[in-house]
Design a protein around this ligand. Structure first.
Ligand code: ADP
Ligand code: ADP
Ligand code: MG
Length: 451
């Protein structure tokens, strides 16, 4: 096992990794921007080092500063968290060059999954179902895009090959919409990912987003930890509520999708924790969407139903240990739901707001977990993601999990900043949600909200 791990991230995920390290007896190094000096992860880690000014590009995305911090503090491994540099193959590569272990898949695997169009064609070759067209070269002009759209049929989505976090995705129902979607997606892709490369695929109507958690050790033992239903998303594809298991899966369908997920991981020579995302159609047909080669925000609900600690497994795998269990040892018990509580105003189009937390009382009691970096007096910096807390409720069944979530949401007190707690209470009370009828356009269709 490692002696000291540097966490190249901030917020709740930095705390999550510190907690896993501490349970394993591993020392921790927090890094922070000038805007994060008073953050909880800085206080909780064994050591802390400033890596630059507030804006992400100057600190949490600054590879030379992060590597230097690891070398100066003699950390023998780096955990990237999610977002930031967690999907950047060159960061993993730089760690490898500097003989610092990267807690994630090998850089070569990350390189393969970085480009969504490339990984899609690899998946097709491996026999994993993909959204049509199965392969295509990068789009270079509008007329070519229109030809392709005519061939696969409208509606289509235009996507950034390097996309992530829901950005660089645009829907088009006809040639006209396609013509206006292309430049928008391209500029969003260039700004967000430094590459304007686009591709097109068929738009799947009213699908569910269902993903499988994978763990694979360096000896290529690969298991899945069941699925997560992540269909409750904003129109900009930000996940807001996740649950495990997915209410729509029969054991047969779950088996087929799990098999496809394992096949996908094996075809890539995957190791460490990863997520294979699928879209599931009403007909029961499912399609590979992408692989997230990192810890996922919503890994917590899988932990709740399996009893495993995925972050500790990440550390064990990265340090070369073999998985201590096989597929037959993994059992899903009960039901778990996660609500992502963000500093956004649901009464005002989910407008992000910064501010100071003037009162803070998190919920507790049976079946409740709160992963958050908030405390009373915390000043939310304006530079980062709006996620404030992840509230996770576990119950013996879905009904109990929902009841606990409602109870915990009502207990949760965050003052001084507008949060999405009222929105989550609405979801928990929604008739369709309670019946398990969710799809990616749930918020617009069932809550009549445009977010
Ligand atoms: P998850 O399924 O883990 O929630 P998301 O795609 O929502 O995955 O991303 C997790 C976090 O990382 C979000 O805060 C999102 O804004 C951010 N993120 C994801 N991908 C990227 C990326 N390529 N560049 C910048 N931020 C990203
Ligand atoms: P990101 O890397 O930003 O997470 P994904 O490719 O995983 O992007 O897609 C994010 C979300 O966008 C999906 O969960 C789904 O709601 C929607 N989406 C993506 N591709 C399609 C598609 N072909 N048809 C319908 N919805 C899609
Ligand atoms: Mg995705």
């Amino acid at each position: 096992m490692f002696k000291k791990v540097l966490i190249a991230n901030r917020g709740e995920i930095a705390l999550r990794v510190i907690r896993a390290c501490r349970e394993l007896g591993v020392r921790t190094v927090a890094v922070y921007s000038e805007a994060d000096r008073n953050s909880l992860h800085v206080r909780m880690a064994d050591e802390a080092m400033c890596i630059g000014p507030g804006p992400n590009k100057d600190s949490y995305l600054n590879i030379p500063n992060l590597i230097t911090a690891a070398l100066l503090t003699k950390a023998d491994a780096i955990h990237p968290g999610y977002g930031n540099l967690s999907e950047v193959a060159s960061f993993a590569e730089n760690c490898e060059i500097c003989k610092i272990a990267y807690i994630g898949p090998p850089a070569a695997t990350m390189g393969k999954v970085q480009d969504k169009a490339v990984v899609k064609s690899l998946m097709k070759d491996a026999g994993v179902p993909v959204i049509p067209p199965a392969t295509q070269s990068p789009l270079t002009n509008e007329s070519e895009a229109k030809k392709l759209a005519a061939r696969i049929g409208y509606p289509v989505v235009v996507k950034a090959a390097a996309g992530g976090g829901g950005r660089g995705i645009r829907l088009a129902y006809n040639d006209e919409e396609l013509a206006s979607a292309l430049p928008v997606a391209q500029s969003e892709a260039e700004a967000g990912f430094g590459s304007g490369e686009l591709y097109i695929e068929k738009y799947i109507e009213e699908p569910r987003h269902v993903e499988f958690q994978i763990l694979a050790d360096r000896q290529r033992n690969t298991v899945h930890l069941g699925e997560r239903e992540c269909s409750i998303q904003t129109s900009r594809h930000q996940k807001l509520v996740e649950e495990s298991p997915c209410a729509a899966l029969t054991p047969g369908k779950r088996g087929q999708m799990a098999e496809a997920a394992i096949k996908a991981a094996k075809a890539l020579g995957y190791s460490n924790a990863g997520t294979v995302e699928f879209l599931l159609e009403k007909s029961g047909k499912f399609y590979f969407l992408e692989i997230n080669a990192r810890i996922q925000v919503e890994h917590t609900i899988t932990e709740a139903v399996t009893g495993l600690d995925i972050v500790k497994e990440q550390l064990r795998i990265a340090s070369g240990e073999k998985l201590q269990f096989g597929q037959k040892d993994i059992h899903v018990h009960g039901h778990a739901i996660e609500c992502r509580i963000t500093a956004e105003d649901p009464e005002n189009g989910f407008l992000p707001n910064a501010g100071t937390v003037t009162d803070y009382v998190p919920p507790g009691g049976p079946g409740i977990r709160v992963d958050s970096h908030l405390y009373c007096g915390y000043k939310i910096p304006p530079f980062y993601d709006s996620l404030l807390a992840k509230l996770i409720a576990w119950g013996r069944d879905r009904k109990e999990a929902i009841a606990r979530m409602k109870r915990a949401l009502a207990e949760y007190r965050i003052e001084g900043v507008k949060t999405t707690i009222p929105f989550h209470l609405k979801v928990m009370d929604n008739t369709f949600f309670r019946r398990g009828e969710v799809y990616t356009n749930f918020i617009r269709r069932r809550l009549d909200l445009e977010v």
